[in-house]
Design a protein around this ligand. Structure first.
Ligand code: SAH
Length: 246
């Protein structure tokens, strides 16, 4: 069954209207026709729908049945990813969406290869990153569409995190503390911060520690930045989420 994401304003009485890129996809790629069924997800609810009409910019479907989605983890992981170059961010967003990350903040850190003067150009990639999250979320049958926020600075990240609990920083220089043992959850939201290709500056780590962040090791081998987020999110979901429990 093909799955699409929609907003509450697309819910019109007993119908759901599909708009935007999905219209072209339904008509030209999937070639769906009236009476065929689709799943539309709005805010964690899955609506089984039947297509009733296909217009130029809109596909209208009628709701047959609604149920609460069961594919979301009980923990809400926010990934703050040190800005990485090339198409690494694409990979990170795609894989972490499949695994179950809820939100992404690309962060310009001191050792990010992407320079501050290029941030404006990078900012234009945010729309593409959201499209990647949308496609990965459909494919992996997420019940919530993860959000990729605009690129932020280290200072902006610190402002967001002040007063927050469960700040986890996999740090390449940390040798003795691991997620198991060091991270004790309070509530269900976890803030996960991953360094860029060049790693973290010690100064960044000191500031993060001063607002309560816990540094952890992901093991004796150094992972690439595009691997580290996937691995750390997997460990967190295994320890506290819905991987590894029946
Ligand atoms: N250039 C650095 C490595 C950076 S790896 C060096 O050679 O030391 C990029 C990011 O992935 C790190 O900042 C950290 O957040 C994470 N990471 C990779 N391997 C890790 C490990 N073994 N333990 C903890 N964090 C790790």
């Amino acid at each position: 069954m093909h799955r699409f994401f929609a907003n509450t304003d697309q819910l019109v009485e007993n119908n759901i209207e599909i708009l935007g890129r999905d219209v072209k996809h339904i008509k030209d790629v999937l070639r769906l026709k009236p009476k065929e069924q689709i799943e539309v997800v709005i805010d964690g609810y899955v609506y089984l729908c039947e297509i009733i009409s296909l217009e130029k910019d809109k596909v209208t479907s009628q709701i047959i049945e609604k149920h609460k989605g069961t594919n979301e983890s009980p923990i809400h992981i926010v990934l703050y990813q040190g800005l990485a170059k090339g198409n690494k961010m694409d990979t990170i967003i795609q894989k972490c969406t499949e695994i179950g990350v809820m939100e992404f903040y690309p962060v310009a850190l001191k050792r990010s290869v992407v320079k501050v003067k290029d941030i404006k150009k990078e900012q234009t990639k945010v729309e593409r990153w959201n499209t990647i999250a949308d496609e990965a979320a459909k494919q992996s049958k997420r019940d919530v569409l993860p959000k990729v926020h605009n690129i932020i600075s280290f200072q902006e990240m610190v402002e967001i995190l002040k007063g927050e609990k469960n700040i986890v920083v996999p740090y390449e220089e940390e040798k003795t503390s691991f997620i198991k043992g060091k991270v004790k959850l309070e509530g269900n939201k976890i803030h996960l911060i991953i360094g860029p290709e060049g790693g973290f500056e010690p100064e960044e780590i000191n500031i993060l520690k001063s607002i309560g962040a816990k540094t952890v090791s992901l093991g004796p081998r150094i992972l690439r930045t595009e691997t580290a987020g996937v691995v750390a999110a997997t460990i967190l979901l295994y320890e506290f989420g819905d991987l590894g429990v029946i």
